[in-house]
Design a protein around this ligand. Structure first.
Ligand code: NCD
Length: 339
């Protein structure tokens, strides 16, 4: 795939080689994200960040990634603050905003909406999550994290054993991650959800068709035995037909240090796309795991900046110029160890 000028709407666009190329570019972004060097390779470029659903990491890390490459970011976060509230269509908004931008990132509650927007846009559009459908940049950063964590433990993605836990029906991050993992060889998936929140038959069948092992179950403790990665997700309560229905699922799977010690292998990596629901009724990833060195959730969020920088650099065709444009950082860059 040639990334230049492309929309990034679905992980279905990628072959394994594309993903690996993107990850190599993400590796090269590390000195910039670590504030060792600066580059202004996107100076003068404008990103429009349109987020019509709640977001902390995705919106801000896309914005930071663009800033780290030297570009400017314009943010829009509320449907009621835009002309959508006056009945304007996705088509017209895309025609207008693409005149003001070099690239657009969009999150929207309707499946397929970002694709419809992209068809009317004159600049590349990146899907920041379209309802329960897809979240390609999250899956890319998750897979990039899997690659890094496995390499640090002497392994790789081929032959990976992964447990995906929680709301597999509405979780778009899981949908995109399953499809990306399917590009690799011999993955073993333990799909663990409450009854009623299973992954779609379509996704499970596609994994089996590509020769991967798929075990579906409803119990946390057995699902996390003999796996390299435990990937926990939040109940996507905003997607349920009613709050009462969502409430039935809250807090069913809670991973804490005691359960981890009893059932996981000593080196099992814990991941989560975040936000983790830390309310007392949910506690899907207990805070007593914060001291566990295999908790990779904040390495995941840091990796998000690298992967999003790589996406911008490839789509806007500046990969080859990032280094030539670089100089050392001159301000204080010490970071404290958080408690
Ligand atoms: C995920 C999302 O929005 O789909 N969050 C994120 O972008 N990191 C997962 C979630 O909200 O549970």
């Amino acid at each position: 795939m040639n990334f230049v000028g492309q929309d990034i709407l679905s992980v279905d666009q990628f072959e394994r080689a594309d993903v690996e190329r993107l990850f190599d570019v993400a590796d090269a972004m590390e000195p910039f994200a670590r504030r060792e060097r600066i580059t202004r390779v996107l100076q003068g470029a404008i990103l429009s960040n349109l987020f019509f659903e709640p977001s902390t990491r995705t919106r801000i890390s896309f914005g930071s990634a663009f800033n780290l490459l030297g570009g400017e970011v314009r943010e829009t976060t509320e449907i009621r603050e835009t002309s959508f509230a006056k009945g304007e269509s996705l088509h017209d908004t895309a025609r207008v905003l693409s005149g003001y931008s070099d690239v657009i990132v969009m999150r929207h509650p309707e499946p397929g909406s970002v694709g419809a927007f992209a068809r009317a846009s004159r600049v590349p559009v990146i899907n920041g999550g379209d309802g329960p459908n897809e979240h390609p940049s999250q899956a890319l950063l998750d897979l990039y994290t899997v690659r890094k964590e496995m390499r640090a433990r002497g392994g790789g993605i081929d032959g990976l054993r992964i447990a995906l836990i929680g709301d597999l029906k509405y979780g778009r991050a899981v949908h995109s991650l399953c499809k990306l993992l399917a590009l690799f060889e011999g993955v073993r998936f333990n799909l663990v959800s409450p009854p009623g929140l299973e992954v779609s038959e379509e996704i499970a069948a596609a994994l089996r068709r590509r020769g991967h092992a798929v075990n579906e179950g409803h119990e946390l403790e057995t699902g996390i035995h003999h796996v390299d990665i435990v990937y926990v997700t939040r109940t996507q309560e905003e997607r349920f037909p009613s709050q009462e229905e969502a409430d039935r699922y809250r807090g069913l799977f809670r991973l804490n240090q005691a359960i981890y010690t009893e059932h996981c292998e000593p080196n099992t990596v814990i991941m989560h796309p975040l936000p983790r629901d830390s309310r007392s009724q949910a506690q899907e990833l207990d805070e007593d795991l914060n001291a566990n060195p295999n908790l990779a959730i904040f390495r995941q969020t840091d990796n998000g900046v690298l992967v999003r920088m790589a996406l911008f650099a490839m789509v806007l065709d500046v990969v080859g110029r990032v280094d030539a444009d670089a100089r050392p950082v001159t301000w204080y860059t010490g970071k404290r160890t958080p408690r």
